[in-house]
Write a protein that binds this ligand. Structure first.
Ligand code: UT7
Length: 338
C-alpha cells in the first residue's frame, strides 16, 4: 500500500462506442421527428446504438476499461477495486461490476455497482478517490457504461426521450500520487429524491413485476420505457450544474477563469452552452461531444475525457472540472489538477 498518499490521480483513460451510427434522419424513419428539431433543441447530430447480439453494457465497459488500463500501464492483477456506474445493466441483478471483474481476469477484488444515472461516474470517482487517499486501494477502475437503445420507445410516442440517448462506455484508472497539488482536489455529491419520478424508468420493478404488466395487457402502457419531464429536468439542470460547479471552485479557492477544461455531463448541448455563458467560460474551456454520441448518461463524462485527452486538450498541471446532473435528481462535481 502507498505511503504519504495525498491525492488520487487519473492515470489512464479509455472509451468504447458501438460501430452502429444512428443519425437524426435514421430516427425520422421510425418516428415523427426531424433533423432540424433534434439539432435545434439538443445539438445532437448522431449517436451510437449497440449492435444487437454483440455489444452489451458489460462488454462495452470491459473494452473501455482495457483501454484505460493500457493507457495507465497497469495489468488486471494490479486492480484493487472496481466501480461500475450504469442505469442500464445487462441484468436486473447482479450488477455489471462482477462481469467486469470476470472479463478482465481481475483478482477477487471488490466490485461496486453505482446507481446514480447521469451523475453515476462522478459519484463512482468520488468513492474511488476516498479508497485511494486512505490507502485501502492502490489502483481503482472507474467505469461508466450505458446501453439505452434496447429500452427506448422508438415510436413517435417516445420521441421526446428517445432522440437524446445513445450507447457507449468510458473508463479511468485512478491511482495514488504524492506530487503536491496534483490529482483530485475535491468531489461534491448531491441528491433530491423529491423529483425521483420526473426522469425515471418505473417498471418492471418490485412494485409491479412482469406478470402484472402482461396481465394488464394495456397497449398504452409506457411504464417500461423511460419517462422524462423534459422542461422540468432542463430547468433544474441549469441551476444545479451552476451551483455544483461553483461549489467545487469555491472549495478550492478558484474561479471559472482558472479552468483549463470543464467536461460537463453531455445532457443536451443547450444545457452546456447555457452553463458556459453563465460561468463566463470561453469555447476552448468546455468540452462537448454530444453532437456525435448523444446523451450516454454515466458514460458521457469518461467518453468525453478520453476524447479530450486523445485530442491533446489536457496536459499535466491543467485544472479540470467534471459536473453532472440527472435522474434522482442527483448532481455532482469533481475538481482536479491533472
Ligand atoms: O441527462 C440528464 C438529464 N436530462 C436532461 O438534462 C434533458 C433535459 N431536457 C431536455 O433536454 C429537453 O426537454 C428535450 C430536448 C428532451 C425536449 O425539448 P423541449 O424543448 O423541452 O421539448 P418539449 O418536450 O417541451 O416538446 C416541445 C414540442 C412538443 O410539441 P407541441 O406540444 O409544442 O406541439 C412536442 O410534442 O416538441 C414536440 N416534440 C418533438 N418534435 C419533434 C417532442 N419531441 C420531439 C421530437 N421531434 N423528437
Amino acid at each position: 500500500m502507498p505511503t504519504n498518499v495525498t491525492h488520487s490521480r487519473i492515470l489512464g483513460t479509455g472509451h468504447f462506442v458501438p460501430s452502429r451510427v444512428v443519425t437524426n434522419d435514421d430516427l425520422s424513419q421510425w418516428m415523427e421527428t426531424t433533423n432540424e428539431w433534434i439539432m435545434e433543441r439538443t445539438g445532437i447530430e448522431e449517436r451510437r446504438f449497440a449492435v444487437p447480439g454483440v455489444d452489451t453494457t458489460s462488454s462495452m465497459g470491459t473494452e473501455a476499461a482495457k483501454r484505460a488500463m493500457e493507457a495507465a500501464g497497469i495489468e488486471a492483477a494490479d486492480v484493487d477495486l472496481i466501480l461500475f456506474a450504469t442505469l442500464s445493466p445487462d441484468y436486473y441483478f447482479p450488477g455489471p461490476g462482477v462481469q467486469l471483474q470476470q472479463n478482465l481476469g481481475c483478482r477477487t477484488i471488490g466490485a461496486i455497482d453505482i446507481r446514480n444515472q447521469c451523475s453515476g461516474f462522478v459519484y463512482a470517482l468520488s468513492i474511488a478517490d476516498q479508497y485511494i487517499r486512505n490507502g485501502a486501494a492502490k489502483y481503482a477502475l472507474v467505469v461508466g457504461a450505458e446501453l439505452h437503445s434496447a429500452g427506448l420507445d422508438l415510436s413517435t410516442r417516445g420521441r421526446n426521450v428517445s432522440v437524446i440517448f445513445g450507447d457507449g462506455a468510458g473508463a479511468v484508472v485512478l491511482g495514488p500520487t504524492q506530487e503536491s497539488g496534483r490529482g483530485i482536489l475535491s468531489t461534491h455529491l448531491h441528491s433530491q429524491g423529491e423529483h425521483a419520478t420526473e426522469l425515471a424508468l418505473l417498471g418492471p420493478s418490485t412494485r409491479e413485476w412482469v406478470p402484472q404488466i402482461l396481465e394488464r395487457n394495456d397497449p398504452d402502457d409506457v411504464s417500461y420505457f423511460p419517462y422524462m419531464n423534459g422542461n422540468f429536468v432542463f430547468k433544474h439542470a441549469v441551476v444545479r450544474f451552476a451551483e455544483v460547479i461553483e461549489e467545487a471552485l469555491q472549495a478550492n479557492g478558484y474561479q471559472a477563469s482558472d479552468l483549463k477544461l470543464m467536461i460537463p455531463h453531455q445532457a443536451n448541448l443547450r444545457i452546456s452552452q447555457y452553463i458556459q455563458n453563465k460561468m463566463g467560460l470561453r469555447d476552448d474551456q468546455v468540452f462537448n461531444n454530444i453532437m456525435r454520441y448523444g446523451n450516454t448518461t454515466a458514460a458521457s463524462i469518461p467518453i468525453a475525457l478520453s476524447e479530450a485527452y486523445a485530442q491533446g486538450r489536457i496536459e499535466p498541471g491543467d485544472l479540470l472540472l467534471f459536473a453532472a446532473f440527472g435522474s434522482g435528481f442527483t448532481w455532482a462535481s469533481a475538481l482536479m489538477r491533472w
